[in-house]
Design a binder for this molecule. Sequence first.
Ligand SMILES: Nc1ncnc2c1ncn2[C@@H]1O[C@H](COP(=O)(O)OP(=O)(O)OP(=O)(O)O)[C@@H](O)[C@H]1O
Ligand SMILES: [Mg+2]
Length: 308
Amino acid sequence: MAETILKLDDVVVLRRTDPTGPFGLWGARPVRAVDGVSLSIARGETLGLMGGSGAGKTTLAEAATLRRPVDRGSVSVQGRDVRRLDRRQARRRLQMVRQDPRESLVMEQTVRAQLGHLIRIHNLPDGEARIRRALEQVGLPPAEFLERTPREMSGGQQQRLAIARALVLNPLLVALDEPVAGVDPQLQQELLRLLARVQQERGTAYLLISQDVRVISRLAHRIGVMHLGRLCEIGPAEQVLLEPRHPFSRRFLSREEGPLPPDEDTAGRVFSGCPWADHCPAAVEKCTKERPVAREIAPGHLAACHVL
Ligand SMILES: Nc1ncnc2c1ncn2[C@@H]1O[C@H](COP(=O)(O)OP(=O)(O)OP(=O)(O)O)[C@@H](O)[C@H]1O
Ligand SMILES: [Mg+2]
């Protein structure tokens, strides 16, 4: 078994909306954007994360990479609780590439300056060599790109640079939030190949968020499905894709007929039972009352459902 790189135990992340916003005080109530999620990711493994808009995927990735505080539960890296680790060092090892590369890039600063700055704040040796290696790995020839600014680059090149920015710090894990959404199919294939190659060469673990089954099935070894903050199912990729077991995953992955409810917002809602119970054809009374705990339904395949 490969070493466990990241482990989340019963993680809850609350998000508060602005009390002066359209929902007033109601909107100010904390939302359980992530509601008791446990999972682990091994060295060199890709865990795919799927689920509708507002399910909590980005929030989970932010909490997992220490970009957002956890309100309950724990995050551990290589078996050590992050609360006992130096936060800056732990964050260096857990990187995140956001859906919009511009969020993590300094648009007016040269590639050399911004990657060099990162390396300096983390006191890493061999700055220049690291920068060149990361650029080469993402297919941006250093001679051509070191002195360019992101503003002088195409969208695809910016996306590559955002990946290089994560890799330059030699992370154990990278959370990739929709890394190829909105890019043309050919570039998509190139980026996916690149990510697979980096993983092979460096043993980097990925938490890959995507709504696109083709993207997920290309890279993910295991897949988790989220619904309204909960992880309803997690298991080997082909099992979850071909034979999802949780009633929500079955609907979401179109194994079962029926409409998906519109993208939901958990604002103000607290579920004592299963959040899918109201829509679930298999629901029994217990489903609205008691929280289903994740149980192993096949080796390495877990689902949080009372009726399975
Ligand atoms: N800026 C915010 N302020 C307050 N609450 C928020 C904010 N953004 C999201 N939330 C809450 O957190 C929940 C989870 O949001 P999150 O962005 O993590 O979902 P997601 O699965 O990444 O969705 P998407 O697929 O649209 O990116 C939302 O349903 C919403 O209730
Ligand atoms: Mg998101």
